[in-house]
Design a binder for this molecule. Structure first.
Ligand code: ZN
Length: 396
């Protein structure tokens, strides 16, 4: 076996143990189609490295009488601890997770500005992680790595952010800046990719090889999982659903181009539309103003109703395009606007279903994931864990 194959075998087995929760060696061999001898060799290495541990399985009385207590393998949750960070419009959410990906504690901290310099944002992330550690009797030294999800054009492989609504500079090596500030490995990715990873590990995407996660908040994002893997495209930063065009010479988008979907349905676009139409919205933050817009629609205020109806039709067009391109089994919709009465509605989904290629097979399933906050930071933690596991396996 070549080095690559051995690495792959190790990773395959570790990942299989993770997904199984706990599993016997013989079942790993059978289900991963790897010889028992190889499974024994590799799991011995993983045990020695402290990544997994043995655990007695509850045996039946009959098995116990035969004197054959079965031993399972599981991840050793104390093997590594990581931080998962999600940079939001005006706050950062941080969680700490153990090696199994279980959330240990969390914190949400406000940001001084919506857009800041890379150095300032790195300092604010440092403070948030450090505070969370101190509050829970951990230290930064206990962490093996940090995963960070941020909106924008993020090159996950290099850590370079080409553009983000949260950072003043363009084409900045934020991965290196943050790594220097935190003093540990940092893995950056587009936030929607990490939401997709979290779905794949823990929620709706478990056992679903082809699905999409569409996120609507201050921006619009997408995570694409094809054949069980997050698709990042040839340039490394994945797809940008929010910047697909839905209108020729349309509204000006934050990215500098015109007619992007995001310029019609994201929080800032809705607030801007209301301003242009002369509808006053209460609230100081964008979030509060969007809530005021939806409250106005609840009481049948006509301008707000027309703004939301247009946003829904634009989103339905975008989602129908996605279905026609990817033919996914499932689309998970994430974000505060995915509540009934907001941009999401049953009618909007019906419009999507009527706009896709009509064949004699059912349309993909649509699911709304309500606990958005936990999802993002959790995805970032899972990404860091995956990288830490790969690094450790390579070093064995
Ligand atoms: Zn755009």
């Amino acid at each position: 076996m070549g080095k690559e194959q051995i690495d792959h075998g190790r990773y395959l087995i570790l990942d299989f143990i993770r997904r199984s929760g706990q599993v016997a060696r013989i079942d790993i061999a059978n289900q991963c189609n790897i010889s028992q001898a190889t499974v024994t060799t590799i799991t011995a290495k993983l045990l020695k490295a402290g990544l997994i541990e043995e655990i007695a399985r509850d045996t039946t009385e009959k098995e116990a009488r035969r004197g054959r207590p079965r031993v399972d393998l599981k991840l050793r949750n104390a093997a590594h601890m990581v931080a998962g960070v999600k940079v939001e419009n005006n706050s950062v959410s941080v969680i700490l997770a153990d090696f199994e990906g279980k959330q240990l504690c969390k914190l949400r901290q406000g940001l001084a500005d919506t857009v800041s310099s890379a150095n300032d944002l790195a300092s604010e992330i440092y403070t948030a992680i450090n505070t969370l550690c101190e509050n829970n009797n951990y230290s930064m030294q206990d962490l093996s790595a940090t995963g960070v999800g941020i909106a924008g054009f993020v090159d996950a492989s290099s850590g370079v952010i080409h553009w983000s609504p949260s950072i003043e500079q363009r084409n900045i090596d934020f991965g290196a800046i943050l790594q220097a500030r935190l003093g540990m490995p940092v893995y950056l990715d587009n936030d929607a990719n990490l939401a997709a990873m979290a779905e794949q590990y823990f929620w709706h995407g478990v056992d679903t090889p082809n699905f999409l996660v569409v996120t609507i908040e201050s921006g619009v994002g997408i995570g694409i999982v094809m054949d069980g893997k997050v698709y990042r495209g040839s340039r490394g930063f994945g797809a940008e659903f929010g910047h697909t065009k839905v209108q020729l010479e349309g509204a000006l988008c934050r990215c500098g181009q015109r007619g992007c979907l995001e310029a019609y349905i994201s929080d800032y676009a809705l607030v801007l539309e209301a301003k242009v139409a002369g509808l006053p919205l209460a609230g100081n933050t964008q979030e509060e103003q969007v809530q005021a817009l939806f409250a106005a629609a609840q009481s049948q205020e006509p301008i707000s109703l027309s703004i939301i109806s247009k946003a829904r039709r634009m989103l339905a067009m975008g989602l129908a395009n996605l279905v026609n391109i990817f033919d996914p089994q499932l689309i998970v919709l994430v974000g505060s606007q995915m509540q009934e009465g907001h941009v999401y509605s049953e009618d909007m989904i019906e419009t999507v279903k009527n706009s896709i290629v009509q064949i004699n097979a059912s349309a993909p399933q649509f699911v709304v994931h309500k606990s958005g906050d936990a999802l993002w930071a959790h995805g970032a933690a899972v990404y860091a864990l995956e990288k830490v596991a790969q690094q450790t396996l390579r070093g064995l």
